[in-house]
Ligand binder design. Structure first.
Ligand SMILES: NC(=O)c1ccc[n+]([C@@H]2O[C@H](COP(=O)([O-])OP(=O)(O)OC[C@H]3O[C@@H](n4cnc5c(N)ncnc54)[C@H](OP(=O)(O)O)[C@@H]3O)[C@@H](O)[C@H]2O)c1
Length: 307
């Protein structure tokens, strides 16, 4: 991985850290810790994946119990929470009294269950979520989300800061993965919006590279930046005055997008879906309010729905 962060030129001791799980992300985490001068012990089911780290100074432990016993803090980055129990269950005794930082992806319920599992075994627990791909791990601007006891986060901040920019969201251990899921939700919706819009202009031969320049310059600073960020308090207040444009007007806009998609031979499923959400908002009495009242539709499903 790129050598962005120099090993600190200081005599101040840095904590020993263990990393369990050496998929693409675990390798990046262990690499970042080594770069920052942490004495790093690693364990992975497939031991050979540790070879490159060992060549850089890491210690590969023969068992997971020996790995967690080597450091006060263990960072776990496995496929999912199920794998966490499978891997760490046999090392519970070695973990007692230590700190577990779990960076597996999952649901808030799974994160809370893992925090209970940790508490029952007498270890401090932080749940976390990584908001960057492996090549950006170790960059000081890379956002890592954490939830759980504030004092555990504060005490181990220097270790967490070796991985990126650590943000503590609150004591509920489910918050980090909830934020992670919400941000991915935003990302996929924005990506789909951009990709569909690119397909629309592409239907007349406009290259994506040409459209991207105009579209992202228009959308990100002016619409996302100025409008959505400014309007966030109105979302919390449920205040959606229609003086900046009504839901009915937005229904017309979405109808134009849907009909233009059909006319241009572009997939119309996404605009149809967005139109159906606005129709639902109007049916729920929000026709005279501004577009942000769609938030009321998203907040509460009309009837219980399966995932
Ligand atoms: N890669 C990314 O861009 C990214 C970004 C953000 C978050 N994450 C999250 O980080 C976590 C790790 O992701 P990843 O990309 O490194 O790869 P991954 O494929 O999700 O996980 C690979 C790791 O899980 C281990 N594993 C899987 N099943 C196991 C089992 N039954 N017993 C023991 N170990 C098992 C693998 O061991 P072996 O090597 O032995 O197979 C390897 O260490 C995931 O929760 C992922 O969602 C990844």
């Amino acid at each position: 991985m790129p050598n962005r962060l120099p090993t600190p030129l200081t005599d101040k001791p840095v904590a020993d850290v263990t990393v369990v799980g050496l998929g693409p992300m675990g390798l990046a985490l262990a690499g970042a810790l080594l770069e920052r001068g942490h004495s790093t012990t690693v364990w992975n089911r497939t031991a050979a994946r540790a070879d490159g780290l060992v060549a850089r100074g890491a210690r590969s432990a023969p068992t997971v119990a020996e790995a967690v016993a080597a450091s006060p803090v263990t960072v776990v980055c496995l496929k999912d929470y199920e794998t966490l129990y499978e891997v760490l269950g046999p090392a519970s005794d070695a973990l007692a009294g230590r700190v577990l930082v779990n960076l597996d992806s999952g649901t808030p319920g799974e994160a809370r269950a893992a925090a209970r599992w940790a508490a029952e075994r007498g270890l401090d627990y932080l749940d976390g979520a990584i908001m960057v791909p492996p090549p950006l791990v170790g960059d000081p601007g890379s956002v890592f989300l954490y939830s759980g006891a504030r004092e555990v986060f504060d005490a181990h901040r220097p270790v967490l800061a070796a991985l990126g920019d650590p943000r503590h969201l609150g004591t509920d251990p489910g918050l980090a993965v909830l934020y992670n899921t919400a941000l991915l939700d935003l990302m996929y919706a924005a990506m789909n919006g951009f990709l569909h819009a690119t397909a629309l202009v592409g239907s007349t031969g406009v290259p994506a590279a040409e459209f991207a320049d105009l579209a992202l310059g228009w959308f990100v600073p002016s619409v996302v930046g100025a409008t959505l960020a400014e309007q966030a308090p109105a979302l919390d207040a449920g205040h959606y005055p229609g003086d900046i444009g009504t839901m009915e007007m937005n229904l017309n806009a979405l109808d134009h997008i849907t009909r233009t998609s059909v006319e241009q031979g572009v997939h119309a499923g996404q605009p149809r879906f967005m139109k159906s959400v606005v129709e639902e908002a109007i049916a729920r009495g929000h026709g005279g309010k501004n577009y942000l009242a769609v938030h009321e539709v998203f907040k509460r499903a009309a009837a219980p729905s399966a995932p």
